[in-house]
Design a protein around this ligand. Structure first.
Ligand SMILES: N[C@@H](CCC(=O)N[C@@H](CS)C(=O)NCC(=O)O)C(=O)O
Length: 231
């Protein structure tokens, strides 16, 4: 099994958390933003990463989109399960996943890259890093009003996610679900932004717990008890 990814993408982190939770062996192939299209177009006909290559006879050559990836893995590797036993709970988990994927993951991206290009430039001021940040900002049309709107959207997300994660370990039900994995991955870039660290300490505790449960190294900005520095 092979995972095509951007090493810094939070959607690709989501796919790694799923693979790690299910304890599936896989290799990663890191693609370069922009050049990734040359590899993806003929494979999946899509333009986004992550893409999973099962490399199994009689299986699809490529599975694109993090939602389709977990559904494929759940079907072929049902243990340990990601689907919650209670039907209503599972439906809630999938609604949360879809909202996080379609709205909040994008808002995180806007706020994160805006921070990295401004106040957080010192995290990596190298020309190559700043060029990629500018490329991403241009590609997604990250104007000041759009960043402002994304920031408001994240405030709403913090209220909704906080009403759950602040008081219990899982967003829905009594064990990990696709909602927890999606939130842990898509909100993880905020760990580098001091304002979020100060205002929402519970968020980063949960992100850390989910990463440990999924055997995935912590995102930049978070340090595990046994680690001396984050990646
Ligand atoms: N809905 C997709 C979103 C994935 C996504 O937006 N990936 C970004 C990287 S974070 C990407 O590949 N962007 C490159 C492009 O749009 O060309 C999923 O869940 O996999």
């Amino acid at each position: 099994m092979r995972l095509l990814q951007f090493s810094t993408s939070h959607y690709c982190r989501k796919a790694r958390l799923i693979l790690g939770y299910k304890q599936i062996e896989y290799q990663v192939e890191n693609l370069t933003p922009g050049l990734h299209l040359l590899k993806l177009k003929p494979l999946a006909g899509l333009t986004t990463l992550p893409v999973l290559l099962p490399q199994q006879p009689d299986e699809p050559q490529a599975i694109a989109d993090s939602t389709r990836i977990w559904q494929y893995l759940e079907q072929h590797y049902p243990q340990p399960p990601l689907v919650l036993a209670n039907f209503e709970d599972q439906r809630t988990a999938e609604v949360l996943e879809d909202w996080l994927d379609e709205s909040i993951g994008t808002a995180t991206r806007f706020v994160y890259y805006d921070y990295r290009a401004g106040e957080g430039k010192s995290i990596n001021p190298s020309l190559s890093s700043q060029l990629i940040i500018q490329w991403v900002r241009r590609q997604y049309g990250m104007s000041a009003p759009a960043v402002e709107q994304a920031s408001l959207r994240l405030s709403l997300a913090m209220a909704e996610i906080g009403s759950r994660w602040q008081y219990r370990p899982y967003l829905v039900g009594d064990r990990i679900s696709i909602a927890d994995i999606t939130a842990a991955a898509l909100l993880s870039p905020l760990a580098l932004i001091p304002e979020y660290r100060q205002n929402y300490p519970w968020l980063f505790e949960r992100i850390q717990e989910i990463h440990i449960q999924c055997r995935e190294p912590l995102p930049p900005g978070l340090i595990a008890p046994t680690q001396t520095s984050a990646r």
